[in-house]
Design a protein around this ligand. Structure first.
Ligand code: FCB
Length: 439
């Protein structure tokens, strides 16, 4: 093994990402709470990580003490606007406390304004199916950004609009559990409109704002590289899934399969590209998969799979994600990346291999400015509940006790030295030393 150290650019942002419903606890006024109550999730969020009860303090201490200089979190629309005609100043103050807490810890804050959950009153109106929602979102954004702008200028309007639409309107595992491509398209267009209005509102309130979307990039390869049908379905799925939102926010055209709508107000409405990357897989053409654009998905046969089989460790897909993102000509921020692994057997190598690709990307001159690992502490994973553990810290949901995983130590060394070294690999994941630092 070669002894070496790879170094990141000065000022690189190192952090973790969280989301309100997943960490706050007792979020009872939103569509996810109702979904949990209806028995649609593996289990219930309950107290989650008890951030609403104040445990964000100890978790942000953990982040700061281990060298993280940034944190991405989301605000809950349902708390800030509990009813259509009512704002809760107390909730905004709590978020101001968190932002002040980040500032006191010398951490850069990134705030997500919509991360999957909707207020109940909005869900009752059909949420993003309703054409009024983009404007209602913009009103909420105006209120929230005005209250929080003193503490940050880094905003994500919408988290993974593609995952939201796919899971809620095609796959049906997120509320409202529909499976309808036509409705999905209407929702997608409204999300683009909502983002565009929010972008304008934020810049009106704060000139120095940096506004983006956290795009989930799913790397897809044809199962058989020589099959025209496999190649066709790869392209169709990738265009529909990966390209729809960033293209709409670039040229103001929402193009999905055979449908196309102009949304001129969305043109050039991203200051940076947020990229959430987890995995990649292969796809083959299959007539039985009409609802999924005729694509059957597989992980490679020899894949290094996560605990529940949701994620294959495919770091080259991460490099591809950053190359793709760089094509939009903006700064890139990796807004999520991580793996579920309660025993922490796989996470150190997953982390190290992805950090290596991150470094490669910066060396290609792509403007990658930061990396947010998903996640700080084990948290409530949507319909999968507590069955998946993404935290650098382990959480005991009964006692609320946290325990530092080995990966947290590795990430600490990375953050504190702004680098990754062969010595770290030898210590935390010796099984990949030859792969990462060959002689
Ligand atoms: C992403 C979500 C995030 C988390 C991770 C594992 O799709 O944005 O909230 O659940 O997956």
């Amino acid at each position: 093994m070669a002894k070496a150290k790879i170094q990141f650019p000065r000022g690189f942002l190192w952090g973790t990402a969280t989301a309100s419903h997943q960490v706050e606890g007792n979020n009872k006024n939103n569509n996810w709470h109702a979904w949990e109550e209806a028995g649609k999730t593996a289990d219930k969020s309950g107290l989650a990580c008890d951030w609403w009860g104040g445990r964000w303090r100890e978790d942000l201490d953990r982040a700061a003490e281990t060298g993280q200089n940034a944190h991405r979190f989301s605000v809950a629309w349902s708390r800030i606007q509990p009813e259509k005609n009512r704002w809760d100043e107390g909730a905004l103050n709590r978020y101001r406390d968190i932002l002040r807490g980040l500032r006191e810890r010398n951490m850069t804050a990134m705030v997500t304004l919509h991360h999957f959950s909707n207020p109940l009153w909005l869900e009752d109106m059909g949420a993003w199916e309703n054409d009024e929602t983009p404007q209602l979102f913009a009103d909420f954004v105006r209120k929230t950004v005005s209250a929080l702008k003193e503490y940050t200028n880094l905003w994500v309007t919408i988290n993974e609009p593609n995952v939201y639409t796919y899971s809620a309107y095609i796959d049906g595992v997120f509320p409202p559990g529909k499976k309808d491509l036509n409705i999905a398209f209407e929702v997608m267009v409204n999300l683009v409109r909502g983002h565009a209005l929010a972008y304008k509102v934020i810049h009106e309130i704060q000139h120095e704002a940096r506004v983006g979307i956290a795009h989930n990039y799913y790397s897809i390869k044809p199962k058989n590289a020589y099959s025209p049908l496999d190649k066709w379905v790869t392209k169709a799925q990738s265009n529909a899934y990966n390209n729809f939102f960033p293209k709409a926010a670039t040229d103001g055209v929402a193009k999905f399969l055979w449908k196309k709508v102009k949304v001129p107000e969305a043109e050039n409405t991203q200051d940076f590209m947020g990229v959430n990357y987890y995995t990649r897989d292969q796809v083959s053409f299959s007539l039985s998969m009409a609802g999924k654009l005729f694509g059957k998905r597989y992980f490679p046969e020899d894949a290094d799979l996560s605990e529940t089989g949701m994620i294959a460790n495919e770091p080259e897909g991460f490099f591809e994600a950053m190359r793709w993102a760089s094509g939009f000509g903006k700064d890139i921020i990796v807004t999520e990346n991580g793996v579920e692994d309660s025993t922490d057997e796989m996470r150190p190598r997953y982390l190290a291999e992805h950090i290596m690709q991150l470094w490669r990307a910066t060396n290609f001159g792509w403007r990658v400015k930061g990396y947010f690992h998903w996640s700080l502490v084990d948290n409530f994973e949507w319909e999968r509940g507590w069955t998946q553990r993404f935290g650098l810290w382990e959480l005991d949901i009964e006692t609320q006790k946290r325990k530092k995983r080995k990966s947290a130590e590795l990430y600490e060394e990375i953050c504190k030295t702004n680098s990754l070294s062969s010595k770290m690999i030898e210590e935390y994941c010796p099984e990949i030393t030859e792969k990462l630092f060959p002689d």
